[in-house]
Design a binder for this molecule. Structure first.
Ligand code: HEM
Length: 443
């Protein structure tokens, strides 16, 4: 039976409709054509699978027959062949080398640093300040990742790096144009900005690697572990170039996603004061004014529920793509070699078959195992299978600790003049940020 599909235009396929609002377009496809459908981005055939059983096949059981989709290939222009973009044996080797830095015990040891950095950050806030809480979260998360992963104070670089990441996102997005190759070859402003941003970023990271090599100390962090990793002959397992690629990858993947998850959490809490009050009540009761620690996590059940529920509604990694290396059958559908295969956490997280009242923000879904009835792959903010997010525990720890710490002192009031809407780049960001006024909580 042919796979249902919308009419595709010559050359552009369905790119124009897709580009207007990618998550909504995927939702439209799934509601019109069902759990499997075919569409076209440019000339590339794409298959969208939205049933949890198919998702398990794609990400877990048949994963070894699938490579990374073209979206990841485009990321290689700024990430190189790091953990997030590599596949096959290169990926396996890199994952093996990076894994020790992400052991639970190691991640938990990063917590005091996360807290100190956040405490210093929010100490600069004043009652009545108007700020973009999304930008604050981006910069704070970047500072945290630099300190935890390579003992480097990135606070002086946050603006520069933040701007570079914005340029990378715009450059990545420009690949959707049917004349992207031509555009990238012309002396356009975006290309110039991209090259400058990339040069700056790589120079900063190379300097950090050089500095660590010279000091030669084992800080027990991600960078030290990469530098000390050895191959079977006792030589360095990773070249300088490979180490830098991993640093760039971790810096970007490790702050952009968590910052978005936190930004959406603040937005949802500010729009639902009754739930914000429950977070405050829990934090006041469980912490009694003390800063949170890893040991408190288990008891911060409502904070955890809020963080999970905001990633359900606004999954930072809203789409995950693969590519069929050979012809393959997935969910009883024959997918030809070279096709792109899409799974969208955004789509499956808002599917009414698994999530009653899917559009509603309801943290209580996550309390007392209420969500445990749902099929396993109906919730996957961190992906699944061999590419499952290596930083999941780091992100959960950072998200919950930071939420509890901030809520002890601050409340956010949304600017009623500023409309908050999601914008899908590689991650799901709030378009034009989230403008708030700071309200100090009386203590
Ligand atoms: C809320 C925060 C985060 C979310 C929602 C998130 C989401 C994801 C998802 C969905 C994937 C799988 C991509 C795929 O299957 O193709 C992934 C992979 C990855 N993430 Fe995260 N992530 C988060 C935080 C982090 C952090 C804090 C780090 C590092 C400190 C990190 C580093 C990575 C890396 C290196 C990969 C590639 C793993 C591999 O392919 O082996 N992420 N992330």
């Amino acid at each position: 039976m042919p796979v249902p599909s919308p009419t595709a235009w010559p050359i552009v396929g369905n790119s124009l409709e897709y580009k207007k609002n990618p998550p909504l377009y995927l939702q439209h496809l799934a509601s019109t054509y069902g759990d499997v459908c075919r569409f076209q981005l440019g000339r590339n055939p794409c298959y969208l699978f939205s049933h949890p059983d198919a998702i398990r096949e794609i990400l877990v059981t048949q994963a070894k027959h699938l490579g990374r989709s073209m979206g990841y290939e485009w990321m290689k222009t700024f990430l190189g062949s790091g953990l997030l973009t590599s596949s096959g044996e290169t990926h396996q080797r890199r994952r093996r080398l990076a894994q020790p830095a992400f052991r639970n015990s190691r991640i938990d040891a990063y917590a005091p640093n996360m807290l100190t950095t956040t405490q210093k950050w929010i100490a600069t806030w004043q009652h009545g300040d108007k700020l973009d809480i999304h930008q604050e979260m981006m910069r704070l998360a970047l500072t945290i990742i630099g300190q935890a992963m390579f003992h480097e104070n990135l606070s002086k670089l946050v603006v520069e790096i933040g701007e570079a990441v914005d340029v990378f996102m715009r450059y990545w997005q420009s690949n959707f144009s049917p004349i992207a190759k031509l555009m990238h070859a012309l002396p356009l402003r975006l290309n110039r900005e991209f090259n400058e941003a990339k040069t700056m970023f790589y120079q900063r990271m190379e300097a950090i690697v050089q500095n660590h090599r010279e000091q030669g100390t084992d800080e027990g962090d991600f960078l030290s572990m990469l530098l000390l990793a050895q191959d079977d002959e006792g030589g360095a397992a990773l070249s300088n170039k490979e180490v830098v690629e991993e640093l760039v990858t971790i810096t970007i993947a490790g702050h952009e996603t968590t910052a978005n998850a936190l930004s959406w959490s603040w937005y949802l809490l500010a729009s639902h004061p009754e739930m914000a009050a429950q977070v405050e009540e829990e934090v006041d009761r469980e912490l009694a004014g003390k800063p949170p620690t890893v040991a408190d996590l288990e008891r911060l059940t409502y904070c955890t529920a809020v963080f999970k529920e905001s990633m359900r509604l606004y999954p930072p990694a809203w789409s995950v793509g693969r590519c069929a290396i050979n012809d393959i059958t997935l969910a009883n559908v024959k997918v030809p070699a070279g096709s792109m295969i899409y799974v969208s956490p955004y789509l499956v997280h808002r599917d009414a078959r698994w999530w009653p009242q899917p559009e509603r923000f309801m943290p209580k879904r996550w309390i007392n195992g209420q969500h445990s009835e749902q099929p396993k792959y109906s919730y996957l903010p961190f992906g699944a299978g061999k590419h499952q997010c290596i930083g999941e525990r780091f992100a959960m720890l950072e998200g919950i600790l930071l939420m509890a710490l901030v809520v002890q002192k601050w409340r956010f009031e949304l600017d009623p003049e500023h409309e908050v809407t999601p914008e899908a780049f590689i991650t799901l960001r709030p378009k034009n940020g989230i403008k708030v006024t700071l309200q100090a909580r009386c203590s």
